[in-house]
Design a protein around this ligand. Structure first.
Ligand code: ZN
Ligand code: ZN
Length: 257
C-alpha cells in the first residue's frame, strides 16, 4: 500500500455555536463491560492494544506501525496516564488522537492526552456540538467536567489516516450520534473499530441527542455488513466479535437481511 498522509480536511471553525435541543439521558446503556484488554501482533507489523477506560469502560484502542513506531489512539475516553504509559511501553509516537464520536466516555481524556503527546485531535464535524457540550455531558454523569481542547481538524467518510506504512479508513456511520464514525484497518487485516455503532449482540442506543434508529440500522447494513464475515469488530464497549457473527445472530440485524 502506498504511503498516505493524514489529511486535515478543514480548519477548525471557530465561533460556531449550535444548541443541543434534545434532553440528555445518562448514563448511556451499552453492551457488557467485559474486559478485553489485549496486545495483539497481527503478523502484519502492527501493534494493536485495546483496553477499557473510565467508569463506562470505553474500549480505547492504540494502533501502531511496528517499524516506524507511529501510532493512532482511538477513543481516549479516560485514564490519560494509563494510555500514555502504554504508548511509552511500546515506544510509539502518536500521529493523531481520534474519536469514533463525541460522547464523554470516548473523548474525556482527549485534551489531556493531546497535552501529553502533542498529537492532533480529530473527529467528525457533525459531533462537534457534542464536544462543545462536554461539561453538560459530565453534569449528567455527575462527574467533574474534563478539559476541552481545540479540535485540529475534521474527519470525513473516505479519509485515510496514515500511521507508518498503514492507514485507517474513515467510514461515516451515523445513528448513535450524527458524527459517529468507524475505522477500518487496511485490507490485509480485516478489522473494524466501530465505536458505539455495533456491539457484540447489540447496537448503540439512539435516544441521545442526534440519534436515529433508522440511520444506525442503515449505517450498519450498508457500511459495516458489507465487510467480510471474518472481519473482527472492536466495539466501543465490551468484547470483540466478527461481522459474520453479528450478521447471523445480532437480534437487531437478522431481520434486516
Ligand atoms: Zn456513545
Ligand atoms: Zn460509549
Amino acid at each position: 500500500m502506498p504511503a498516505s498522509v493524514v489529511r486535515i480536511v478543514q480548519p477548525h471553525r471557530l465561533g460556531v455555536v449550535r444548541r443541543l435541543t434534545a434532553a440528555w439521558k445518562w448514563p448511556p446503556t451499552h453492551a457488557g463491560r467485559v474486559s478485553c484488554g489485549a496486545t495483539q501482533n497481527c503478523g502484519l507489523d502492527l501493534i494493536l492494544e485495546h483496553f477499557p477506560v473510565g467508569p463506562l469502560q470505553c474500549n480505547c484502542v492504540i494502533i501502531g506501525d511496528e517499524n516506524s513506531r507511529e501510532a493512532i489512539v482511538i477513543d481516549p475516553g479516560d485514564d490519560a496516564d494509563r494510555i500514555f504509559e502504554a504508548l511509552k511501553r511500546h515506544g510509539l509516537t502518536v500521529c493523531a488522537l481520534v474519536a469514533t464520536h463525541a460522547h464523554i466516555d470516548h473523548v474525556g481524556a482527549l485534551a489531556s492526552l493531546k497535552q501529553l503527546t502533542g498529537a492532533r485531535a480529530l473527529m467528525h464535524e457533525a459531533d462537534e456540538p457534542l464536544y462543545e457540550h462536554l461539561a453538560e455531558q459530565a453534569g449528567w454523569l455527575g462527574v467533574p467536567p474534563p478539559d476541552v481542547t481545540t479540535l485540529d481538524g475534521f474527519l470525513r467518510h473516505g479519509d485515510r489516516l496514515a500511521y507508518g506504512r498503514h492507514a485507517l479508513e474513515v467510514i461515516h456511520t451515523p445513528g448513535h450520534s450524527p458524527g459517529s464514525i468507524s475505522f477500518v484497518l487496511d485490507e490485509r487485516s480485516p478489522r473494524v473499530l466501530c465505536g458505539d455503532t455495533l456491539f457484540a449482540g447489540s447496537i448503540g442506543r439512539t435516544d441521545l441527542w442526534g440519534g436515529s434508529f433508522p440511520q444506525i440500522i442503515e449505517s450498519i447494513r450498508t457500511k459495516l455488513l458489507t465487510l467480510p464475515d471474518e472481519a473482527v469488530v472492536v466495539p466501543g464497549h465490551g468484547p470483540e466479535t466478527t461481522i459474520g457473527t453479528e450478521r447471523a445472530t445480532n437480534p437487531f440485524l437478522v431481520e434486516e437481511q
